[in-house]
Design a protein around this ligand. Structure first.
Ligand code: ZN
Length: 427
């Protein structure tokens, strides 16, 4: 099949392109990018008023399979990803069982191939069973196709084990992704510690719970020369530490989740459990600092932390509700609404954070629109309104604090290896 995408602004940060060009796709690959391309047999996509970007890459998602299929499966997650413009995701290993062996990485690979919608890469655990006690067989995980290791959901509290993990991961040139949280400091906290937690009478999580681990991990990255990636940065203090690490030339990268640059703790009203996530929503100053860090490239990746939970997990008291929100479908609208349309990031800066930058962190040869590459492409309208309703979600879960909101930023077409895998009904 041949596809010709016409009249759109091609935004391809990897090749420093941001101009009106046509994109011609043949045999699943990008065949040609240029002006006024025509072809009699090609199917035409009119990308007027739209950007044409590389398929988005989410390096932090939870598809819940195996073990929690009632929340999400690789199939439903893939559909949610496609709807959000993501043609590649990396799945966190905190499933049941946790992804700590070659066989389990192969299970993820097999399942995602059977679904066949997008590329789903596995992230293996740092420690067996995510118990923090014994290193996983990192070489085996990488051999099976794991693109990173992480005990996401918790930090590796034994510094010696994390040191060894950084050393092993370095041999395989993969990043160690740390969820930075000291469990003793976080205690039974359910939201940011401060004025609003006092007001609501809820237990707070101090910022230091994140920052002490960020600091420790950066020092271990310095000690080992290993590659450290800090997941879902939520505080200004963490950003200061990451800035310091970069100044020292350490191999440290970082990501922020859309909810952490779009919402602060004051939005947490009425004990709505869809505002409960980990790390929690922080202060206005933290939100401002995250936006600035995205602009200054102290944080180079935007990752969704897509964390689907069923009604039974969320329709309970705030203290007992599960942490996390779905994020794949709302990521692009939130980036448009809070980063692009506000002028915090240019189009190219924003798109880089969901394409070439995560590709670089995970060593994937993806995230650009180069000729001869697989045609993974998103056609999206930055200014078009989208109403976020329950029905908007393709995910099996709808735990989103954005339901009821109207945002700007609509994904119109998603193309994977030259095939249209999602098309907005109102395109
Ligand atoms: Zn996490």
């Amino acid at each position: 099949m041949k596809l010709l995408i016409k009249n759109g602004i091609v935004v391809d940060p990897a090749n420093k392109t941001e101009e009106k060009l046509d994109v011609f796709v043949a045999n699943g690959k990008i065949f040609k990018i240029g002006r006024n391309i025509s072809d009699r047999d090609a199917m035409i996509i009119d990308a007027k008023n739209c950007i044409v970007a590389p398929g988005f890459i989410d390096m932090h998602t939870h598809f819940r399979e195996p073990g929690f299929e009632y929340k999400e499966t690789i199939e439903s997650g893939s559909r949610a990803a496609a709807k959000g413009g993501f043609t590649t995701v990396a799945c966190m290993p905190n499933t049941s069982p946790a992804i700590d062996s070659q066989a389990l990485v192969e299970f993820i690979n097999l399942k995602s191939k059977q679904v066949g919608l997008i590329d789903v890469h596995a992230i293996g655990t740092i420690t067996k069973g995510r118990e923090g006690k014994e290193l996983s067989p990192i070489g085996e995980l990488v051999k099976a196709g794991a693109v990173a290791i992480s005990d996401d959901g918790s930090s590796v509290m034994n510094a010696e084990i994390l040191r060894r993990a950084l050393e092993y991961a370095k041999m395989f040139n993969i990043p160690v992704i740390e969820h930075c949280e000291d469990p003793d400091l976080a205690g039974e906290g359910v939201m940011n510690e401060g004025y609003y937690s006092t007001l609501l009478g809820l237990k707070g999580i101090p910022k230091a719970a994140e920052e002490v681990i960020v600091a420790r991990d950066i020092l271990l990255a310095r000690e080992t020369g290993g590659r450290l990636h800090i997941a879902h940065v939520s505080t200004e203090g963490s950003i200061e530490l990451i800035k310091w690490a970069k100044k020292q030339g350490l191999n440290v990268t970082a990501e922020a989740a859309p909810h952490h640059f779009s919402l602060d703790e004051s939005t947490l009203k009425d004990y709505d459990t869809n505002f409960k996530m980990n790390p929690p929503l922080r202060t206005k100053e933290d939100v401002k600092a995250i936006r600035k860090a995205l602009k200054d490239n102290v944080i180079e990746v935007i990752a969704t932390d897509h964390a689907p939970h069923a009604e039974v997990d969320k329709r309970v008291e705030f203290n007992t509700a599960a942490y996390g929100i779905v994020g794949l479908e709302t990521a692009f609208p939130l980036i448009c609404e809070y980063l692009i349309r506000t002028g915090v990031l240019s189009l190219s800066q924003a798109i880089a954070k969901i394409t070439v930058n995560p590709a670089q962190v995970l060593n994937l040869k993806k995230g650009s629109l180069a000729v001869d590459q697989n045609a993974d492409i998103v056609v999206a309208n930055v200014d078009k309104e989208v109403k976020i309703t329950r029905e908007f979600f393709a995910s099996r879960s709808t735990n989103s604090p954005f339901i009821g909101k109207t945002l700007h930023g609509s994904v119109e077409y998603v193309i994977k290896k030259g095939k249209i895998i999602y098309q907005n009904a109102q395109a």
